[in-house]
Design a protein around this ligand. Structure first.
Ligand SMILES: Cc1cc2nc3c(=O)[nH]c(=O)nc-3n(C[C@H](O)[C@H](O)[C@H](O)COP(=O)(O)OP(=O)(O)OC[C@H]3O[C@@H](n4cnc5c(N)ncnc54)[C@H](O)[C@@H]3O)c2cc1C
Length: 328
């Protein structure tokens, strides 16, 4: 029986392990030696779990638990809560680590309550202090950062997308340690799935653009989007994207949304216009080679991700910038 100190929950979404599970795995590797880490793949049998994890990251030597039960692929929170609770009660891990996605927002706090564990959500930093682990998380849309030290084990830790995965080593070892299959508990639940709708996964111009000009709420009104499109038109192979409020307001289609609930992109240049830099947005641009932020508030969190920051109002800066570019 695998008895991990840190149990990483790797969820399957659309036939793949969710990318945020890589962040959870990377954090687990910081919390304890790899031999004490195990990954649980709910809904998969032993063979499927190993195959799915092969292209996943550095799983060399890590224990794999296939939490078998086809019903778990329906991703009903209640089913996961039951299955994970009884697994954790048997394995007694010190840390349960999962991604901070909308699905785990439903499951993780319930799991912590059932295990009488501390639940630390939205974790995007970690340090090993003399008194034990300290986790950091952003508050108020990134305006503040809190450092949290749990008092007693076990701990359910939910990791922000993009917070740790890039710190994984380049060399990927795909041969796991011990692999084990456990049948998932399935007491009757209170919810059933009625319909599953595929999201828009069609390739968009955002996936191939070298330059992405992104509009945030700071653009101010749908009429002002014109200047964003005009800025994008200055560059070859460019596209326009938006933060969630901009897409929610209909200034851009939902398919143009960048962020954890939108697209993840890796352009050569990302021009963030009037975007505050909430982690749900910047997690999806971690692959951008150069980030330039224009924001009239010099304390906006986007500046800590930006390679170049321009503290200026868009209506002042963009027309002046365009004029210079057109002259050249
Ligand atoms: C579960 C969940 C999922 C989410 N998913 C996403 C997601 O996928 N993508 C996403 O983007 N967000 C997402 N969000 C929302 C996210 O938390 C932020 O609220 C959002 O990113 C903020 O968008 P914004 O930066 O455009 O707006 P704001 O946070 O309102 O920032 C506007 C910025 O514009 C600046 N500004 C104002 N006027 C001007 C001006 N004239 N010139 C220059 N700058 C100006 C302001 O200083 C401010 O910094 C999600 C939230 C949750 C809870």
């Amino acid at each position: 029986m695998i008895r991990p100190k840190a149990l990483v929950v790797a969820d399957i979404c659309q036939g793949q392990i969710s990318p945020v599970a890589k962040d959870a795995l990377a954090l687990a590797g910081l919390l304890c030696p790899k031999e004490q880490v195990a990954v649980v793949v709910p809904g998969a049998d032993e063979k499927e779990a190993t195959a799915l994890l092969k292209s996943f990251g550095d799983i060399g030597g890590i224990g794999v638990i296939a939490l078998a039960g086809r019903h778990l692929l329906e991703r009903i929170g209640d089913d996961w809560l039951n299955a994970l609770t009884s697994l954790c009660q048997n394995l007694d891990p010190e840390f349960v680590v999962c991604g901070w996605s909308s699905f785990f927002m439903e499951v993780a706090p319930g799991l912590a309550a059932k295990l009488n564990a501390a639940c630390i959500t939205g974790v995007d930093g970690f340090e090993n202090s003399a008194n034990g682990p300290v986790f950091s998380r952003l508050l108020a849309g990134g305006a503040y950062c809190a450092r949290v030290a749990p008092q007693k084990k076990p701990w359910v830790i939910c990791v922000s997308p993009g917070a740790f995965a890039q710190k994984e080593p380049d060399q990927v070892k795909a041969v796991p340690g011990k692999v084990q299959q456990v049948e998932a508990a399935r007491p009757p639940n209170r919810v059933r799935a009625i319909e599953r709708m595929a999201p828009d996964t069609g390739q968009s111009a955002l996936d191939t653009a070298r330059v992405v000009v992104a509009a945030g709420r700071g653009v101010g009104s749908p009429e002002n989007m014109e200047v964003i499109f005009a800025t994008a038109a200055l560059f070859g192979r460019s596209a326009v994207a938006g933060s969630r409020p901009v897409c929610d307001a209909g200034w851009l289609p939902v398919s143009a949304q960048v962020g954890v609930t939108g697209r993840t992109i890796s352009p050569a240049l990302y021009l963030a216009c009037g975007i505050s830099g909430a982690f749900q947005h910047i997690a999806a641009i971690s692959g951008a080679r150069c980030v330039v932020a224009i924001n009239c508030d010099g304390r906006a969190p986007i500046f800590s991700r930006a390679d170049f920051g321009i503290v200026e109002c868009l209506e002042e800066f963009l027309p002046a910038f365009m004029e210079i570019c057109q002259k050249k």
